[in-house]
Write a protein that binds this ligand. Structure first.
Ligand code: 13P
Ligand code: SF4
Length: 338
């Protein structure tokens, strides 16, 4: 078998068994330069979420929150979308722009929140509330999107929920923490699916309170996926983009950041004179890294661009059903100037 064919066969077997290409790379290869070359050669756009490792953020064409990434994926003219994020994000890109090849460094980069809401169970839950409309957080599978009336992200959830008349009963899935927060700010009483993000659920109120005593000038900024006791004491609550912008415009010099640590890279780049302290979790581990997001590495990124796999493939019927509520979200967001 010639080498090229053997490599492609190994690539296929790797993706099937491991979810990513496990090909040994020449350790002297300059991955940054190689990724830049592939972007040009393949007319590829590299979209990365803020929770990706700093090296990946540094080679991306666009870094953003879930709404920004979906908007970029929808409008790109590139031939290939390389999605450095988790599966539901790359799947959303494919749903919105199906003529593009969408690749992801590791197909097994999932999401605990998305996994907490299996479509078959959610369908039954929905049947128990026949008069309710469904608002689903974008952190869910295409199967859940297809069962939803509209999708939202952490940056537009308030606008999306308020687009329904006040007396319209709503289900909010899958994140109970974001749902409870939106109930509070909108005065609604949405029925909540009992899902949560493993990263945002582990912050320790006790340790954060002690940290605030040691850093009295520091502001606590939190993602709305955090639990209510953390949100209650936060100085600012927002999506990853919202948190980043807040640290750029606010006058404080120190912040305790209650979200995944990847965002600190952009915060430190934008405001090198300020101090950013990751909020401590309630376990002995010092890190609040998302194990799913951090499955992606620069090596896997390079390999997925070079061999154009793992690729997101979807059934057309499911794609069209999942697209409707995402399109609705994008329309409402545009009208709201987001
Ligand atoms: P945003 O970047 O949209 O705030 O979402 C955070 C998150 O947890 C993504 O998985
Ligand atoms: Fe999912 Fe939480 Fe990881 Fe985001 S940070 S991908 S919500 S597990």
């Amino acid at each position: 078998m010639n080498t090229e064919k053997a490599i492609l066969e190994q690539a296929k077997a790797d993706v099937e068994s491991k979810g990513f290409l496990d090909i040994d790379l020449d350790p002297t290869l300059d991955l940054f330069a190689a990724i830049e070359r592939l972007k040009k050669e393949k007319n590829a756009v590299l979209l990365a979420h803020y929770y990706q490792e700093p090296d990946i953020q540094d080679v991306a064409n666009y870094i953003g929150d879930s709404l920004g990434l979906a908007q970029q994926a929808e409008k790109t003219n590139a031939d290939m979308i390389v999605f450095a994020g988790v599966h539901f994000m790359a799947e959303t890109a494919k749903i919105l722009n199906p003529s593009k090849k969408v690749v992801i460094p590791d197909l097994k980069a999932g999401c605990s929140l998305s996994d907490s809401c299996p479509p078959a169970l959610f369908k039954k839950f929905k049947e128990q509330h026949p008069d309710h409309k469904v608002v689903s957080y974008i952190n869910c599978s295409a199967g859940i999107k297809a069962l939803s009336d509209v999708i939202c992200t952490s940056s537009n959830a308030k606008f999306i929920v308020e687009s329904f008349p006040k007396d319209q009963p709503l289900i909010f899935a899958p994140d109970k923490n974001l749902g409870a927060y939106i109930n509070k700010v909108t005065g609604r009483n949405m029925v909540l699916w009992n899902g949560a993000c493993m990263v945002h659920e582990i912050f320790s109120l006790e340790k954060i309170t002690k940290l605030k005593v040691r850093h009295p000038e520091a502001k606590l900024i939190a993602h709305p996926e955090c639990e209510e006791p953390i949100l209650r004491i936060a100085d600012y609550i927002g999506s990853t983009t919202g948190l980043l912008k807040y640290t750029q415009t606010d006058s404080a010099q120190e912040y305790i950041v209650a979200t995944e640590t990847g965002i600190l890279h952009q915060m430190m780049k934008a405001s090198p004179e300020k101090t950013f302290i990751p909020a401590p979790p309630n376990n002995s581990c010092a890190c609040n890294d998302c194990p799913h997001m951090k499955l992606n590495t620069l090596e896997k990124l390079y390999l997925c661009m070079e061999y154009e796999t793992p690729e997101i493939i979807m059934e057309e019927e499911l794609r069209l059903a999942a697209k409707k509520p995402i399109d609705r979200m994008l329309e409402i967001s545009k009208a709201a100037g987001l």
